[in-house]
Design a protein around this ligand. Sequence first.
Ligand SMILES: C[S@@+](CC[C@H](N)C(=O)[O-])C[C@H]1O[C@@H](n2cnc3c(N)ncnc32)[C@H](O)[C@@H]1O
Length: 270
Amino acid sequence: MVRGRGFLSEAIDLNVASVPRMYDYFLGGKDHYPADREACRRLLDQAPQTQLLARAQRQFRLRAVRALALTHGIDQFVEFGCGLPSWENTHTAARRARPTSKFVYVDRDPMVVAHGRALLEEAGTAVVHGDLTEAPGILRHPDITGLVDLTKPVAVLAVSLLHTLPDKAGGRRTMARLIDALPVGSFLVASQLTSHEPELASRIDAVMHEVTGGQWGNVGSAPEAGTFFHGLKLLKPGVTDVSLWRPDDLQGRPVPGPLHEVGGIGQKTG
Ligand SMILES: C[S@@+](CC[C@H](N)C(=O)[O-])C[C@H]1O[C@@H](n2cnc3c(N)ncnc32)[C@H](O)[C@@H]1O
């Protein structure tokens, strides 16, 4: 269900950690509370590299948007699971490359939507309260169709989001429905947290389920991340550790350790 512009009455429980506020803490933001910081501490106990991964993945989404705007002429973007506003937001990166870019941010978290509407909305941008699992309906919502022309290619982002989907098969169906709803020529930018150590992945899942009250899915594996792009033509270098996806310094180094954010960009060609 897409919630209209007036709908934000959902209770925000500051005693339960939220993924966007934890992420904000890792990125050095100011919109987090004791429960979020305690949750981050527990996550760091399991995986000390998590903070560096949050930063690496934020840089990936900025590089991806820049590449799509500069090299592929994309000037309309819909970002699912956008998170709280941060030091550099995606529409700013897109507009630096293409000043007339239209940008819609979508998130299921009411605090993200409230902060986004206060800080990100300006001419050519909108912030919508909605869930990736209902993407086709959301794309038809007037808040989006008023800005984005879905008869032309669009870039859709779902960065560091796939591991929050409740189950893997359901996640693949969600992504397939989203891709179906896009016009030919459109792009999907997506990534997820992965590990080659199943026991570590299980421990992280257990902590995240507990601290967020179930707002979490599963840490995946690198091959699973590739399946979310089914039917799309991958842009080089394919689905990879995001630090290696066209790094700015041409060398790019993965964050060391057993956890990786893996993702890429695929194009719908037919
Ligand atoms: C780790 S943050 C990533 C933020 C941003 N995509 C980035 O890469 O910097 C994940 C965000 O996705 C949102 N989210 C999680 N599951 C979602 C879903 N099914 N639909 C929409 N938003 C979702 C969370 O509320 C959170 O803001």
